[in-house]
Write a protein that binds this ligand. Structure first.
Ligand SMILES: Cc1ncc(COP(=O)(O)O)c(C=O)c1O
Length: 424
């Protein structure tokens, strides 16, 4: 098969006839498929069924000398803090256990910066004319949603295979109106990139003009390998401390994709200064989070070895799904030269960059043929991908048979969009 860019107009037209016929066949099946969001599948959720049997009416609810059913311990159960400290290679006193979603902790951290300021803020951000924010892109749409909801001026920073473009980050951080940056450092959403040691060093040692610059280090995929063994990853708090920057960073994680999304536990990790400040503010907001769920998690997961063993079971379910996506792209799309993609070994996504100008059209064709994909553009601030090229494929939810059908629709739609563009 020739690359589309090398075909004559006649060859493109002949190809269009064939692809269109295949597309109509697929559309006629009237399917209802979804590769839009990074949700664990039923099989993955079923892995964790036994966690629900751990606590019963006659169970021992004491942990660390605390009756978990009662008020108290705002920062979380000591055992639960120790579990996350081991997972993230930090000290338990730097760990705060929150509610059922890390996104809420992230939103709250930023909301507090707006209402009260950060520990070192000259003023609450809500009193400033403008707050600018660095958004490595493609990135996580919900991060951008948080920034947008506070009216931040989002600045797109391109991603490289090593992480965000650090030359640009270092330059932009010299603007005192730039107050922070989103990062998903391990198996980034959607690229699946692991930030390199050099990128991490440059971020940790970042010179920022804003005294209250906030590094939002969302380590959502810290133990989420679906191929190969667990990849150790440096602790950002220690890295930042090495350069006197420990108050700059909040790290976040959760068990959303370890146990149950929406019913797991979330965590932030920060310096002593930040911890004291946040506890003071949070104390006005809540007496304590759900320690019953924390205990359930501690008894079920036990320790890092327990978590990694569970993640191997998730990997056995997820690995073949990612293989299916990558094999289809390799077979159907690679020879045509109309897209490129990363080949991640962890995380929840495959990030596809189509030839410029066809992501939206591909999305629409998928939709019309019964396949819902993440909105084209969603991986960029304000939902605007300047090249109309990036598409996030989320293979975790559908069973593998459905995934094969979904990839058939996806690849056919992309071919059709490319041919229509080239012939236009
Ligand atoms: C990078 C990233 N952060 C956070 C989340 C959501 O985490 P939680 O369920 O803990 O709010 C996701 C979910 O897809 C994600 O991809």
């Amino acid at each position: 098969m020739k690359k589309y860019a090398e075909m004559t107009r006649e060859e493109l037209q002949a190809e269009l006839q064939q692809v269109k016929a295949r597309y109509e066949e697929l559309k006629a099946l009237g399917q209802n498929l979804n590769m839009a969001r990074g949700k664990p599948s039923k099989a993955q959720l079923d892995c964790n069924g036994p966690m629900m049997d751990i606590l019963r009416s006659d169970s021992d609810y004491m942990c660390d000398g605390i009756d978990v059913r009662n008020y108290g311990n705002l920062e979380g159960l000591p055992s639960c803090r120790r579990l996350f400290a081991e997972l993230l290679d930090v000290q338990p006193e730097n760990v705060f256990i929150g509610g059922t979603a890390s996104l809420q902790l992230m939103y709250d951290t930023i909301a507090k910066a707006y209402t009260h300021g950060r520990v070192m803020s000259p003023k609450p951000w809500g009193k400033l004319d403008r707050v600018k924010w660095l958004c490595p892109s493609p990135g996580y749409d919900r991060h951008f949603g948080v920034s947008e909801s506070f009216g931040m001026e989002m600045i797109t920073v391109p991603m490289t295979p090593e992480g965000p473009d650090m030359d640009l980050v270092e330059k932009l951080a010299l603007d005192p109106e730039v107050k922070g940056m989103w990062c998903v450092p391990k198996y980034s959403n959607p690229d699946g990139i692991i930030y390199s040691a050099e990128t991490i060093r440059r971020i940790a040692s970042l010179k920022h003009a804003a005294p209250d610059f906030l590094l939002m280090w969302d380590n959502a995929y810290c133990v989420h390998e679906f191929e190969g063994d667990y990849v150790p990853f440096p602790d950002i708090l220690k890295e930042c401390a090495r350069y006197g920057n420990e108050d700059m960073v909040f790290e976040f994680a959760s068990t959303s994709k370890i146990t149950f999304p929406g019913a797991g536990i979330s965590v932030f990790v920060c310096s002593e200064n930040n911890m004291n400040y946040m506890k003071k503010l949070l104390n006005a907001q809540i007496i304590s989070y759900d320690k019953v769920n924390q205990l359930r998690h501690v008894r079920y997961l036990k320790d890092k070895a327990g978590v990694l063993a569970l993640m191997k079971r998730h990997a056995a379910i997820l690995g073949p799904k990612f293989k299916c996506v990558l094999d289809n792209l390799e077979r159907e799309i690679a020879p045509l030269g109309i897209a490129s993609w990363q080949k991640p070994k962890g995380g929840y996504f495959v990030s596809v960059n189509t030839m410029p100008g066809i992501a939206k059209a591909t999305w629409r064709l998928c939709k019309e043929a019964g396949l819902t994909m993440t909105g084209a553009g969603a991986t960029f601030p304000y939902g605007k991908d300047p090249l109309d090229s990036n598409m996030r494929v989320a293979p975790s939810l559908p069973p593998i048979e459905q995934l094969e059908q979904a990839m058939d629709i996806y690849c056919t739609s992309m071919k059709l969009a490319a041919l229509e563009k080239l012939l236009a």
